[in-house]
Write a new protein. Structure first.
Length: 156
C-alpha cells in the first residue's frame, strides 16, 4: 500500500504521509489500530519513505548541454570563459508557467524500497493543443535567437 500512488486506491492525495497511511490501513481493515509514528518507524526500517519525492526529467534534445551551457555559465557568473565584471548583471525572465493550465508529460512514479516518489516536471499545456517541453527547439524558450547566434556575435 505504501508503494502505490494514493490515487490508485481512490484516495485524493498526491503522496502518502505516515498518518494518512495509518488511517488508510485501518480503513481497509488491514489492522484494527496503528499510529502514524508506528507506520513511519516500520517504513523507515525498510527504507521506504512514500512522503518523500524526487523530481526527475530526461532532456531529449541531443544539443541540450550545448544550448544550456551559455545560460548556466551566466548563472555561474561567467561569459565565454571569463568571469563577469562585478558591475554586470544577469536578468532572468519567466512567463509565469505556474498559472497556466498544465498536466505532467509523464505519470508520477510511486515510492519504492530505498527510493522516494518521482515527479516529472515537464508539462503539457492544456490550451489550443500546444505542448510545452516536447519540441527539442523549445528547451530554452525565448532564448533561441541568442543561442542561434555565433558565439562571437553575442553580447553580454
Amino acid at each position: 500500500m505504501a508503494c502505490e500512488l494514493p490515487v490508485v486506491g481512490g484516495v485524493p492525495l498526491s503522496r502518502w504521509s505516515s498518518a494518512e497511511l495509518a488511517r488508510e490501513a485501518i480503513g481497509r481493515g488491514i489492522v484494527e489500530q496503528i499510529s502514524g509514528v508506528t507506520v513511519w518507524r516500520w517504513l523507515s526500517e525498510d527504507a521506504i519513505k512514500p512522503w518523500q519525492h524526487r523530481s526527475w526529467i530526461f532532456p531529449r534534445d541531443p544539443l541540450f548541454a550545448e544550448r544550456a551551457g551559455p545560460i548556466l555559465d551566466l548563472y555561474a557568473g561567467r561569459w565565454q570563459g571569463e568571469r563577469l565584471h562585478p558591475g554586470d548583471y544577469v536578468v532572468c525572465a519567466d512567463e509565469k508557467p505556474s498559472i497556466q493550465a498544465r498536466t505532467r508529460v509523464a505519470a508520477t512514479r510511486p515510492a519504492g524500497r530505498g527510493a522516494g516518489q518521482k515527479v516529472e516536471h515537464r508539462t503539457r499545456l492544456l490550451q489550443e493543443g500546444r505542448v510545452g517541453g516536447e519540441d527539442p527547439g523549445a528547451v530554452l524558450p525565448g532564448l533561441q535567437g541568442v543561442l542561434a547566434q555565433p558565439a562571437g556575435d553575442r553580447r553580454s
